[in-house]
Design a protein around this ligand. Structure first.
Ligand code: GLN
Length: 267
């Protein structure tokens, strides 16, 4: 078996270790004896999505997003067809925003790919935090690091999960990220996948399922160390003083909204 992984715009979008996601996907395939081919997809070249199993779309500064935006019309149709056909995609922060209808930077209003029905507004106060997310897709907490000026309105979309600690999509909604078909879009850098091996294996399994009718499930790996690191990170972050919102009313509202296991926060 083999998976082909496309790294979209590596020349522009690659922040806070996002490339580690690529290494993690490749390693966890190879450790199971599954071949992995990595295809860099620079912003100045045409992209053939039909040969890809998995697309990585990383984060970027406002300036890099502005440059990337000029190139989007060339990939819009192919990328959309890939996503609608359950192509597996991990979009992080800047990449997440670019998959939406519109986004703002400090200087400009930009048109995104319009593949996801989301809109991102810009606010001067950046949301810079360690973050823990409780996602119904995963047993383990999803941990990472966020740093964004954008506030993403996912409308009626399905969030990746609830914010346990940190800010997430808007800093106000209590939700983080978006799941659409086989797309996971999230604000979590870190890089995300080495910190959350369960998320990595979920993406790999979805891609293998889509490619091979005969695929049943991934072999478990002896990755106790990675899982311990995930637990340690989540515990350390969740023990921090809770900083979700400055307004006490909002804090109270959010607290009623979050699962029981997070009730031990110190306010
Ligand atoms: N420039 C975008 C923002 O500030 C995305 C940042 C990122 O990818 N970390 O919202």
């Amino acid at each position: 078996m083999k998976l082909t992984i496309g790294h979209l715009y590596p020349d522009l979008l690659n922040l806070y270790g996002d490339r580690g996601n690529l290494l993690c996907l490749v390693k966890r395939l190879q450790w199971r004896g599954i071949e992995a081919e990595v295809v860099p997809l620079p912003s100045d070249r045409p992209v053939d999505f039909s040969r890809l199993d998995l697309v990585l779309f990383g984060g970027g500064s406002d300036r890099e997003q502005e440059l990337a935006c000029r190139r989007l019309p060339a990939i819009r149709a192919g990328f959309q067809a890939f996503v609608e056909d359950y192509g597996v995609t991990l979009a992080v922060c800047g990449g997440y925003q670019l998959m939406g209808l519109r986004l703002q930077t400090a200087r400009q209003n930009l048109e995104g790919l319009g593949i996801l029905d989301i809109v991102t507004a810009w606010e001067a106060q950046r949301l810079v935090h360690d973050i823990v997310v409780d996602s119904p897709l995963f047993l383990s907490p999803v941990t990472g690091f966020e740093n964004h000026g954008g506030r993403t309105d996912i409308k009626n979309g399905t969030p990746l999960g609830r914010v346990g600690y940190g800010m997430g999509n808007t800093g106000r909604s209590g939700y983080e990220g978006l799941v659409y078909k086989n797309v996971i879009a999230t604000y979590l850098h870190g890089p995300l996948l080495p910190k959350n091996p369960e998320v990595c294996d979920y993406l790999l399994a979805q891609a293998l399922r889509r490619r091979y009718d005969s695929f049943r499930c991934l072999l478990p790996l002896p990755d106790q160390l990675e899982k311990q690191a995930n637990t340690a990170a989540a515990t350390r972050i969740l023990k921090k003083r809770y900083i979700y919102q400055k307004s006490p009313n909002n804090i109270r509202k959010f607290i009623h909204d979050i699962p029981y296991k997070y009730y031990f926060y110190t306010i």
